[in-house]
Design a binder for this molecule. Sequence first.
Ligand code: UDP
Length: 235
Amino acid sequence: MKKLEQIYEGKAKKVYLTDNPDYVIVDYKDDATAFNGVKKGTIIGKGIVNNKVSNHFFKLLEAEGIPTHYVEEISDRETIVKKVEIVPVEVIVRNKAAGSFTKRMGVPEGSELLCTILEYSYKKDELGDPFINSYYVKALGLATDEEMAKIDEYALKVNDFLSAYLKTLGVELIDYKLEFGRFKGEIILADEISPDTCRFWDLDTGKKLDKDRFRQDLGEVEEAYQEIIKRLMGA
Ligand code: UDP
C-alpha cells in the first residue's frame, strides 16, 4: 500500500492517506503532552511502544468480537487502520479512582469504586474536552442513542477483557480513554489503547507504569513504557 500525503498531525500521531480510500496510515511520535498541551516533552521510544501495544490489544479485542480499526502493522511506528469518522465523544472507563476523578470527587487516588464508571467528554481541544453526559451527546447530535448503546456495550466488553488479561501480567487497569469511529455505517473501536491513554499500576507494588510518570515528573518514564511492552509482548 502506498503512503500518500499527510492529512493530520495531532499531539502524538500523524495520519497519512493511502492509495486505498478506506485506509489511512498512522505514524506514532515520541512527542508527549499533558494538561491539554500545557506540558510538553519527549519520551524516547514512546511511539514504538504505543504502536505495538495498541495493535496487540486491538488484535486481542477483535478476537473477542469487538470491531476495531486495526488492519496491519507495517513498521515499528506505523500501522494501517480503517479511515473512520471519529465520534467526538471520548469514553473514559474507571475501575479505581485516579486523575481528574479524585480532584472532582475529593477522594484519594486508588480508592475502590463500587462499580465501574463510564464517563464521557466532548472531544474539543479548544474547550479542554469538557465533561458531558448522554443528554449532551443527544442534544448536540454528537451520536445517536443507538450508536451510544453500542459504544457503551463495547467499552464495558473492552474493560472486562483487558482488566482480566492485564491482571495475568501483574498489571492493574485503573482507568483509560477510548475513542470510537464510524466505518461503513458501523461503530468500531478507533484511536489507541496505550500507556498514553491508560493508567496501569503494578499489581504488587502499585508502581505507575504509564504517562502519569511524565505528567507528575516521577522519573523512569521511558522505563515504564518499556516495562509495559515487555510484560505484554515479552520483548
Ligand atoms: N485520558 C486520555 N486522554 C484525555 C483524557 C484522559 O487518554 O484527553 C485518559 C488518561 O490517561 C486516564 C483516563 O483517560 O487513563 C482518565 O483520565 P482523567 O479524566 O482522570 O484525566 P487526567 O487525570 O488524565 O487529566
